[in-house]
Write a protein that binds this ligand. Structure first.
Ligand SMILES: Nc1ncnc2c1ncn2[C@@H]1O[C@H](COP(=O)(O)OP(=O)(O)OP(=O)(O)O)[C@@H](O)[C@H]1O
Length: 314
C-alpha cells in the first residue's frame, strides 16, 4: 500500500484547564490517502475539531505522532513547519470569522502567497483571479469586502483561499454546516469538482452523516475522544457495526435516498465528561448492549469484516 498523505498515530491531546485535564483525543489512529476523502463524524464535543487542529499543527500533540507524506512532522518548527503548512489547508465553518472585514478579498487571497514569498505582485493578482473563477466567483470581486458577500459566496472565498497554494490536503471542518440546503449542495459539488481536477485529499469533518456519506471514500466515527469505527463508506453506511454508529445511523430520516431501513435506537444521555471519561468502554453508560466487561475493559480497535471496530461484542 502506498504511504498515506496524512497519518495520526496514537494521537493524544489533553487540554489543561482549571477544572482538570480535558481528554479531547486519546490514542487516535487515522490515515488519509492521496486523493482520498476521509469523513470524520461524531457528536459535538467528541474531538473532531481537535483532530483538525492537531493535523494542521495549530496546536501541539500531548503524545503520539503526525506523519505527512511519510515524514514525521510532529515536532517541526520554523521554515520546516511552514513548508508542510503550505501543503495543508483548512476550510472553516464560518469563513467570515477567518476573513478580516477591513481587508478586501483580493488581498485576503493573496496573503498565503505573500507569506510563502511566492510570485511577483502581478503573478499573485493573476492567481487570485484564477482562484476566484475556479470557485465560481467573478475576478473583479477581488476588490470587494467580506460583508458584501452572501454566506455561500463567503464559503467559496474560503475555498479559494485554501486553493491558493495548491495544497495536497484540505481539512474541511463543518465547512457547509452553516449554509442553506441548496447552497450547501453547490459548495459540496464544488469541493468534489476540485478533487477531480487537482487530486486533492480531504479530511472532511461533519456532525452530519449524510453529508459525510456524500463526500467520503472512508468514514471514521468518533466518540468521546476515540475512533470507535472506521471503514469504507458503503460498509459503514450499510452495515455499521459499533452500537454507537448504529445509533447515529438510525437517527437519519428515512426519506433520504439510499437510507437503509433500521429500527431507531434512541441514544440516552450525553457525551461523557471529558474531564473524567468513563473507565472501560467510553460508550458503555449509553450503550444498549453494555455488559460487565464493557464497564471494566476498554475495547481496542480491531478488524471486523471490512471495518475496524472498538467493541467487545461485535
Ligand atoms: N482550547 C481548549 N481548552 C480546553 N478544552 C477544549 C479546548 N478545545 C476543545 N476543548 C474540549 O475538547 C473536547 C473536544 O472538543 P472539539 O472542539 O475537538 O470537539 P468537536 O467534536 O469538534 O465538537 P464541535 O462540533 O462542537 O466543535 C470538548 O470537550 C471541548 O470542550
Amino acid at each position: 500500500m502506498s504511504v498515506p498523505l496524512l497519518s495520526l498515530k496514537k494521537a493524544v491531546k489533553h487540554y489543561p484547564t482549571q477544572a482538570g485535564m480535558v481528554h479531547a483525543l486519546d490514542s487516535v489512529d487515522l490515515e488519509v490517502g492521496r486523493g482520498e476523502t476521509l469523513g470524520l463524524v461524531g457528536e459535538s464535543g467528541c474531538g473532531k475539531s481537535t483532530v483538525a487542529r492537531v493535523a494542521l499543527r495549530l496546536t501541539p500533540l500531548t503524545a503520539g505522532r503526525i506523519d505527512f507524506d511519510g515524514e514525521d512532522v510532529t515536532k517541526r518548527e520554523g521554515k520546516a513547519l511552514q513548508s508542510v503548512r503550505s501543503r495543508l489547508q483548512m476550510v472553516f465553518q464560518d469563513p467570515y470569522a477567518s476573513l478580516n472585514p477591513r481587508v478586501n478579498v483580493g488581498r485576503a487571497l493573496e496573503e498565503p502567497l505573500v507569506v510563502q514569498q511566492r510570485g511577483t505582485a502581478a503573478e499573485r493578482r493573476e492567481h487570485v483571479a484564477w482562484a476566484l473563477a475556479r470557485v465560481g466567483l467573478r475576478p473583479e470581486m477581488a476588490t470587494r469586502y467580506p460583508h458584501e458577500f452572501s454566506g455561500g459566496q463567503r464559503q467559496r472565498i474560503g475555498i479559494a483561499r485554501a486553493l491558493m497554494l495548491r495544497p495536497e490536503l484540505i481539512v474541511c471542518d463543518e465547512a457547509v454546516s452553516a449554509l442553506d440546503v441548496s447552497v450547501r449542495a453547490q459548495v459540496l459539488n464544488l469541493l468534489l469538482g476540485l478533487r477531480e481536477e487537482f487530486g486533492v485529499s480531504y479530511l472532511f469533518i461533519s456532525h452530519d452523516l449524510s453529508v459525510v456519506r456524500h463526500m467520503s471514500d472512508r468514514i471514521a466515527v468518533m466518540y468521546a475522544g476515540l475512533v470507535v469505527e472506521q471503514g469504507p463508506r458503503d460498509a459503514v453506511w450499510r452495515a455499521p457495526l459499533h452500537p454507537y454508529t448504529r445509533a447515529l445511523m438510525s437517527a437519519i430520516p428515512r426519506t433520504q435516498p439510499g437510507t437503509v431501513h433500521r429500527a431507531r435506537t434512541v441514544l440516552a444521555g450525553d457525551l461523557p465528561d471529558p474531564l473524567q471519561p468513563p473507565v472501560g468502554c467510553r460508550f458503555h453508560p449509553r450503550c444498549p448492549q453494555a455488559a460487565e466487561r464493557c464497564r471494566q475493559e476498554a475495547p481496542a480497535l480491531r478488524p471486523v469484516a471490512s471495518q475496524w471496530v472498538a467493541c467487545h461484542f461485535v
